[in-house]
Ligand binder design. Structure first.
Ligand code: NAP
Length: 187
């Protein structure tokens, strides 16, 4: 199982407001779609709610919604009730990447799990006064590569840059190893 994360954040690490995105950046939406297509996308129930009806479930991806509400139903989605159920369900997955697609609560829990080994972060060069934020993470643990730059233009209200962060060390590819590492770090 490979776990990656994809997010867009502003200069204050803001990711959302009023349960919605704060910008309209079609080239970044396209990047999100291209990157996650064919994979598994894991989202919190609030993120699910924020996606317009006509776009959900996200097409050609396995949509996983996390909620504590055991009565929650969403057509053509996998509904799970704890993030540990995600790791359990997909631990033998070899073809597809498990993409954590937010929002804030889910990013925080995914990062805390130490299972995320790759992050695609769109850095939007503007401040939006967000209500929801991406959690702090230790930059020293990640190798960074700039993979896209986009200028502000008629269709893009702000310039943005996409960075790919790859977990530097230790490289422990299998779940059992990473769980052992987590245990080690706790002790
Ligand atoms: N900029 C970006 O890239 C980006 C990406 C995604 C989302 N967003 C934004 O982020 C905001 C939403 O983020 P958020 O932090 O408010 O909410 P969220 O993370 O999307 O969803 C939170 C909900 O997920 C469920 N949940 C959380 N932890 C769980 C667990 N361990 N087990 C089971 N269910 C769990 C709960 O649902 P129940 O209440 O149903 O139990 C909780 O209320 C929106 O503004 C959205 O637009 C931005």
């Amino acid at each position: 199982m490979k776990v990656a994360l994809i997010v867009a954040m502003d200069l204050e690490k803001g990711i959302g407001k009023n349960n919605d995105l704060m910008w309209h950046l079609p080239a970044d939406m396209k990047f999100f779609k291209e990157t996650t297509l064919g994979h598994i996308v894991v989202m919190g129930r609030k993120n699910w709610d924020s996606i317009p009806f006509k776009y959900r479930p996200l097409s050609n991806r396995e949509n996983v919604v996390l909620t504590r509400n055991t009565n929650f139903k969403a057509d053509d989605c996998v509904v799970l009730h704890d993030i540990s159920e995600v790791w359990e369900k997909y631990k033998k997955e070899e073809e597809r990447i498990v993409f954590i697609i937010g929002g804030g609560e889910i990013y925080k829990q995914a990062l805390a799990s130490n299972l995320v080994t790759e992050m695609y972060i769109t850095h939007v060069n503007k401040k939006y006064g967000a209500e929801t934020f991406f959690p702090d993470f230790d930059l020293k643990k990640w190798n960074v590569e700039i993979i896209r730059l986009h200028e502000k233009d008629a269709k893009h209200e702000a310039e943005f840059q996409v960075n790919k962060y790859t977990l530097a060390l230790p490289s422990t590819p299998c779940l059992a190893d990473r769980q052992a590492l987590n245990q080690h770090q706790k002790n």
